[in-house]
Design a protein around this ligand. Structure first.
Ligand code: NAD
Length: 484
């Protein structure tokens, strides 16, 4: 596949995207069109893998594993750096392609593509050395980390390349090989990256296949895949877990969230309104860790609401390819209809809408920035993960009450606390049931920072050495001299 070195804002030429299986470019008679969510126009076609093609990809990964597992750290490090270079060489084209298929404006695309390069280079520096846990003259006991085998990676449509890299980098670094499947809504950047990767990796080490949800299901059932690394919704995560039981696959599941932000009464509302806004609306709120419920203390509630509405009015929602655009459309029709349905429910329930509400009839999956004034705790816009630009702002009176309400959800992905008193904020943070709690900041991630959900937001960890270890089996070797 050749993506022209696109200049920002010019359309990507319709082109033929292909899968990468055993180092080769593989197409299929069965194809689907990827759609630009800002215009509803087709961008390019991509192949739908058959079951046989998946088998070929898994077989290629299985064969490649026998030699990749024997490579030393330096070889793997070089490979990951090579992958980073492939993205960097095509940086502008990746930005344009990502915005065209996903919808996010340039700043968001830079965060994702730049992040993908950074993650590859940083994970390349990680390793899990053997640990001598006992050496007492009689017994020597060593714990070591061995690769699992073929990893199946399954990704969603909100951060298609970055979330793929979060899986590829540690999987390969630990000595595994991989079959990766992007979301059918955003397959293009990942397919193209798969092709570029073949220039730096031995055949079969990274195979990229595209297709619908049935392809994901086949992967989770496949007897030669040893682990599934999945990012997506909680409902699908449960299905993945069920079918992975067939051969006791290892699992990392990064799932949905309904993240609370808690604003304590000691903040300056006007100073933090901008941060609170982006905490919720970044990537048009198609962010697993977007603030989805904003709890504000009653003494400053009116000022926070006023400052947020004022800031939100100035934010430009438009086609991400336009330089002035700050927020793009939702990524697909299914999600657009889901969010419209939530908005309709709020209208029927008579919620006080401070800003936004029903979308206009413009082309593209655009939903206006919507702020809802103190809806009841059991309303759908509070309980459900909207995954779209709808934020309920909720009033609270005391800390015990807000902790109880913030924790009153099946999810436990992340949360944030905003306060001038960091110690007090830390006390609240410790009481929240969430995998990550940010204080006076949000959405800070790192290759060295463990990330994972509590409760039904997932299981396992991505990033950090804990994340790397999830791509390994632990092996204990105990030895002592032979009795003479
Ligand atoms: P989704 O669950 O619908 O799809 C995710 C992936 O799973 C896609 O590639 C899809 O084709 C595949 N899939 C669908 N059915 C499958 C099955 N039965 N077996 C195997 N694979 C299957 O999720 P989505 O709509 O693409 O993404 C949005 C969701 O992802 C939101 O809930 C969001 O919170 C979550 N998410 C979580 C994180 C995180 O790190 N926790 C990050 C991003 C998104």
């Amino acid at each position: 596949m050749k993506v022209e070195h696109a200049v920002w804002g010019t359309a990507i030429p319709l082109s033929d995207f292909a899968m990468s299986i055993n180092g080769r470019r593989i197409t299929s008679d069965d194809t689907e069109l990827a759609t630009n969510p800002a215009t509803e126009e087709p961008i390019a076609s991509f192949p739908l893998a058959s079951r046989k093609q998946l088998d070929l990809a898994v077989e290629a990964a299985k064969v490649a594993f026998t030699s990749w597992r024997e490579t030393d750290i330096a070889t793997r490090r070089k490979a990951l750096e090579g992958l980073a270079d492939q993205i960097e060489k095509n940086y502008e084209a990746f930005l344009t392609l990502l915005t065209t298929e996903q919808g996010k404006p340039r700043a968001g695309a830079e965060w994702e593509i730049g992040g993908s390069i950074y993650w590859l280079r940083e994970i390349a520096k990680q390793s899990l050395p053997e640990e001598v846990v006992r050496d007492d003259g009689e017994n020597r006991v060593v714990t070591r980390y061995t690769p699992i085998g073929v990893i199946g990676g399954i990704t969603p449509w909100n951060f298609p390349l970055l979330l793929a890299v979060w899986k590829i980098a540690p999987a390969l670094m630990a000595g595994n090989t991989m079959v990766l499947k992007p979301s059918p809504f955003t397959p293009l950047c990942t397919l193209w990256f798969g092709e570029l990767a073949q220039e730096v990796l031995p055949p079969g080490v990274l195979n990229v296949v595209s297709g619908g949800n049935d392809l994901g299901q086949w992967m989770t059932e496949h007897p030669d895949i040893g682990k599934i690394a999945f990012t997506g919704s909680t409902a699908t995560g449960k299905r993945v877990m069920q079918s992975a039981a067939s051969n006791l696959k290892r699992l990392t599941l990064e799932l949905g969230g309904n993240d609370p932000a808690v604003v304590l009464p000691d903040v300056n509302p006007e100073a933090i309104a901008k941060d609170l806004f982006w905490a919720s609306f970044q990537n048009s709120s198609q962010f697993c860790v977007a603030t989805k419920r904003l709890y504000v203390h009653e003494v400053i509630y009116d000022r926070v609401v006023k400052a947020l509405v004022e800031y939100a009015r100035g934010v430009q929602v438009d086609n991400g390819l336009l330089v002035e655009s700050q927020l793009g459309p939702l990524q697909n029709r299914m999600q657009y209809e889901k969010v419209c349905n939530l908005l309709q429910d709020s209208a029927v329930e008579g919620h006080h809408v401070l800003l936004g509400g029903a979308p206009s009839d413009r082309k593209g999956y655009f939903v206006p920035i919507t702020l809802i004034d103190n809806p009841p705790d059991d309303s759908r816009c509070v309980v459900e993960e909207a995954f779209g630009p709808v934020l309920p702002i909720l009033k609270y009176r005391d800390v015990d009450e807000v902790v109880r309400r913030a924790n009153d959800t099946e999810y436990g992905l992340a949360a944030s606390i905003w306060s001038a008193d960091v110690e007090k904020a830390r006390d609240v943070a410790r009481r929240l049931e969430a995998g990550t709690v940010w204080i006076n900041q949000i959405h800070v991630f790192g290759p060295d920072i463990a990330f994972g959900g509590h409760k039904q937001s997932g299981m396992g960890i991505e990033n950090s050495l804990h994340g790397l270890s999830e791509y390994c089996n632990m092996q204990t070797i105990m030895e002592r001299p032979l009795a003479t």
